[in-house]
Write a protein that binds this ligand. Structure first.
Ligand SMILES: [Fe+2]
Ligand SMILES: [Fe+2]
Length: 167
C-alpha cells in the first residue's frame, strides 16, 4: 500500500492495534467481567498487556522522536504537537490497563477492578481509533512523499534494529 517501509510498518502496526481494540471493545460491551478461566478471555488480557508494553509505547516514542519533526520541516508544527498530546492521554491509560490486565490474569476481576478496567479500556479504544485514523490520513502519506532512501533505511534500522553488520 505504501512505497516506503516506514509507512508500511506503521500501517501494519496500526491495523494490529485496531484489531486488538476491537477485541477489547467487544469484551467490554458484554458488560460482564472477562472470565479468566475462559481461554479466550485470558488470551485477550495477556495479548493486551504484551502488545501495549512491547509495541504501543515503543510505536508512540518512535513517532514522537523521529517522525513528527517532519511536520515541522514542512511548516506544520501543530499536527505533531496534537498527535503528541494524544499520545500523552493514551500512555497512562495503556499503563493502567497493563497493570489491571496482569492482576486479573493472575487473580480474576472483582466488581471494582472490572469497573476500572472497562472504563479505562473504553476510553483507550475511543482515543486510539480516532488517533490512528488521523495518522493514516496525515502522517503516513506525508512520510511516503517525504522520505528519501537513506532516511528510510536509517529510520527503519533505528526502529526495527535490522542493521546487518558491515562485512
Ligand atoms: Fe501515534
Ligand atoms: Fe501511529
Amino acid at each position: 500500500m505504501f512505497a516506503n517501509r516506514i509507512s508500511q510498518t506503521l500501517h501494519d502496526e496500526h491495523r494490529a492495534t485496531i484489531a486488538l481494540m476491537e477485541r477489547l471493545e467487544r469484551a467490554i460491551t458484554r458488560r460482564q467481567p472477562i472470565d479468566v478461566a475462559d481461554s479466550e478471555g485470558r488470551r485477550l488480557l495477556d495479548d493486551l498487556a504484551a502488545a501495549i508494553e512491547a509495541d504501543t509505547l515503543r510505536h508512540f516514542d518512535f513517532e514522537e522522536t523521529e517522525l513528527f519533526t517532519l511536520f515541522d520541516s514542512v511548516g506544520d508544527q501543530l499536527i505533531g504537537d496534537h498527535l503528541t498530546e494524544e499520545h500523552s492521554f493514551m500512555r497512562p491509560l495503556g499503563q493502567q490497563l497493563v497493570t489491571l490486565a496482569r492482576r486479573a490474569s493472575a487473580g480474576g476481576f472483582d466488581t471494582d477492578s472490572w469497573h476500572e478496567f472497562s472504563r479505562a479500556g473504553a476510553e483507550l479504544v475511543q482515543r486510539m481509533v480516532v488517533h490512528v485514523q488521523k495518522e493514516e490520513m496525515a502522517l503516513l502519506p506525508l512520510l511516503d512523499q517525504t522520505l528519501d532512501d537513506a532516511t528510510e533505511a536509517r529510520l527503519l534500522d533505528a526502529y526495527l534494529g535490522t542493521a546487518t553488520p558491515a562485512s
